[in-house]
Design a protein around this ligand. Structure first.
Ligand SMILES: Cc1ncc(COP(=O)(O)O)c(C=O)c1O
Length: 478
C-alpha cells in the first residue's frame, strides 16, 4: 500500500466512521473489551522494525473499533460529546498546517483568528477592556485565574516567591471542581487554604456563608485573595450567584473568577443568559468550547476583565530568540504560560462561522430542552426517582427496583451493566451518601428519540438486573 493509498484509506475510514459508526441507529457507543481482551486483540508494543501500511491500516481500524464513540448520541457520560463537522475540518486543517500560537510570524492567520475569538467571547462576558487566551482546559483556566489573582494581590510573589506570612486564602463552593485545590498547590498557596463554602439545596454557593468565611479569615490575620464561583457545577449543573458574590468580593478587594468550564457556553443564548447575572463584574471567566459547543478536545479559554493582566503574570516575555517584535500585531505567546501552543482557536472559529451566533444560541436552547425532557421522563416513571432538582443540563436520578435492596449498589451495577452492553453510557456520582445516575446533556444534536432510546436501554438493563438479583435472593434464602 502506498502513502496515497493509506491517505485514501484514511478518508474512507473517516467517511465510514462519521456516517455509520457514530450516527447509524443501533451502533454501540462502545464495543467494550477488558484490558486483557484488548491486549489479546491488538499489538501495543513498538518493535525495532516499523510496520507495513497494511498493518498500519489495521491498527487504524482497531483503534476506532474499540474506542468509545463519544460522537454517538447515546454517550451521555461526560460533559462533552458530539461530532461537529466544521470544527472537525478546522482541527484537520490545524494539524495539516501544524503551526504554533506563540508568534504572528509562524501563525499569522491563527493569530488573527484567536484575537477575533477572544473579542467575540468577551462580547458575551461584557468585559469591554478584556483580554484572554486559549489554554489546555478548564483546570488550567482555574490555575491561571488564581495565578492572576495572586499576582494582583502580591505582585512581588512573581519574583520573590510566596510570602508565607501573608497566608493567602481562596474560597470556592463545596461543589467546585477539584482543580482549584491543585491550582493552590501549584501556586505555593497550599490546597488546605482553599476554603469550601456551603451550598444551598440547589447547589448554589451561599453568599452569606462566603462573607462569613472571608471575615473569619481576615480576623485570623490571613489574606483572602480569590473567590472561584462556578457556572454549572460538575455534578448538579448549578450556577453560583455571580451578582451577589461580586458585591462581597468588591467589598473585600478579592478577585472573583467564574469557572464556566461546563456551563459557560450557555451564555450564548438569550434564554439562558440570566444564569450569568453579574458576569461583567467578575475579574475572569473560564469557558470550555470543547464541552457544550461540541468542539473536539481541547478548546478552552480564560477571559480576563483587564487587558494587561496576562502579560503581568509572566516574568520574562522578551526572549529574543523567539519574540522579534517585528510586526504590528502583538505575539500571543506573550500572554501564555505555554511556549509552543496548539492552535485551538481555528476549529472554534470554523464552527462559529458555520453555525453563526444564532445557530449556537439554538444549539444551547436545544440542550436545555432535551435536559428538561429527560427530567420529565424521570418524573413520569414510577421506578425512577429524581434525586435533585435539575439546575441546567444534568439530570440526577436512580432506579428503584420492586423489592428492598441497597439502592447505591443496585444503581452502580445498573450503570456498569448498561455501559458494558455498549448501548448507552451514562455517569454516576455521589450526592452525600447517595449514588446518583448522572445523565449529562452535552451533545447539542440530541433529539427526543435519542433520549427515549436512552431510557429504553436503561430500563431494559434495570429489568434484567432486577430479575437476576431477585433470583439470587430467592436462591440464597432456600
Ligand atoms: C466546573 C468544572 N471546572 C473545571 C473543569 C475542568 O475542565 P477540563 O477537563 O477542561 O480541565 C471541569 C471538568 O469537567 C468542570 O466541570
Amino acid at each position: 500500500m502506498s502513502d496515497k493509498a493509506l491517505i485514501n484509506q484514511l478518508f474512507q475510514t473517516i467517511d465510514d466512521y462519521t456516517r455509520n459508526d457514530q450516527k447509524k441507529e443501533g451502533t454501540p457507543v462502545v464495543d467494550f473489551k477488558t484490558p486483557d481482551e484488548l491486549q489479546q486483540l491488538m499489538d501495543f508494543t513498538v518493535k525495532d522494525e516499523g510496520i507495513s501500511h497494511i498493518k498500519f491500516n489495521e491498527l487504524m481500524q482497531q483503534y476506532l473499533q474499540y474506542s468509545v464513540r463519544t460522537g454517538n448520541k447515546q454517550f451521555m457520560n461526560q460533559l462533552y460529546g458530539g461530532f461537529n463537522l466544521p470544527a472537525f475540518i478546522g482541527e484537520v486543517l490545524t494539524i495539516l498546517a501544524n503551526t504554533s500560537m506563540y508568534t504572528y510570524e509562524v501563525a499569522p492567520v491563527a493569530t488573527m483568528i484567536e484575537r477575533e475569538m477572544i473579542s467575540l467571547m468577551n462580547s458575551y462576558t461584557g468585559y469591554s477592556q478584556g483580554d484572554g487566551v486559549f489554554l489546555t482546559g478548564g483546570s488550567n483556566a482555574n490555575l491561571v485565574a488564581m495565578f492572576s489573582a495572586r499576582n494582583r494581590k502580591i505582585p512581588a510573589s512573581r519574583f520573590d516567591g510566596i510570602d508565607r506570612s501573608k497566608h493567602l486564602t481562596a474560597f470556592v463552593s463545596e461543589h467546585a471542581h477539584y482543580s482549584f485545590e491543585n491550582a493552590a498547590n501549584m501556586l505555593g498557596i497550599g490546597a488546605h487554604n482553599v476554603i469550601k463554602i456551603p451550598v444551598d439545596g440547589h447547589g448554589h454557593m451561599i453568599p452569606d456563608e462566603l462573607d462569613r468565611a472571608i471575615n473569619f479569615s481576615l480576623q485570623k490575620g490571613e489574606t483572602p485573595f480569590f473567590v472561584g464561583a462556578t457556572c454549572a457545577t460538575t455534578v448538579l449543573g448549578a450556577f453560583d450567584p455571580l451578582d451577589e458574590l461580586a458585591e462581597i468580593c468588591s467589598k473585600h478587594d478579592i478577585w472573583l473568577h467564574a469557572d464556566g468550564a461546563f456551563g459557560g457556553s450557555l451564555v450564548l443564548s438569550p434564554e439562558t443568559k440570566h444564569l450569568f447575572r453579574g458576569i461583567e463584574k467578575t475579574d475572569s471567566f473560564g469557558w470550555n468550547p470543547h464541552k457544550l459547543m461540541n468542539i473536539p478536545l481541547v478548546a478552552s479559554v480564560l477571559l480576563v476583565k483587564q487587558k494587561g493582566t496576562l502579560h503581568f503574570n509572566l516574568t520574562d516575555i522578551n526572549t529574543d530568540y523567539i519574540f522579534h517584535n517585528n510586526n504590528d500585531v502583538e505575539d500571543l505567546g506573550k500572554k501564555s504560560i505555554q511556549c509552543g501552543r496548539r492552535v485551538d482557536a481555528v476549529k472554534l472559529w470554523f464552527a462559529w462561522k458555520y453555525y453563526g451566533k444564532k445557530g449556537y444560541a439554538k444549539r444551547m436552547e436545544n440542550l436545555l430542552n432535551m435536559a428538561r425532557y429527560a427530567e420529565e421522563k424521570v418524573k413520569d416513571h414510577s421506578r425512577l426517582e429524581l434525586l435533585a432538582p435539575r439546575q441546567s443540563l444534568t439530570v440526577c436520578f436512580r432506579y428503584k427496583p420492586g423489592y428492598k435492596t441497597d439502592l447505591n449498589d443496585f444503581n452502580f451495577r445498573l450503570r456498569e451493566q448498561l455501559r458494558k452492553s455498549g448501548k448507552s453510557i451514562v455517569n454516576v456520582a455521589w450526592l452525600d451518601d447517595t449514588l446518583t445516575i448522572r445523565l449529562i446533556m452535552a451533545n447539542a444534536e440530541t433529539q427526543k428519540d435519542d433520549v427515549d432510546r436512552f431510557f429504553e436501554n436503561l430500563l431494559v438493563c434495570a429489568g434484567e438486573l432486577e430479575n437476576t438479583l431477585s433470583r439470587q435472593i430467592i436462591a440464597e434464602s432456600v
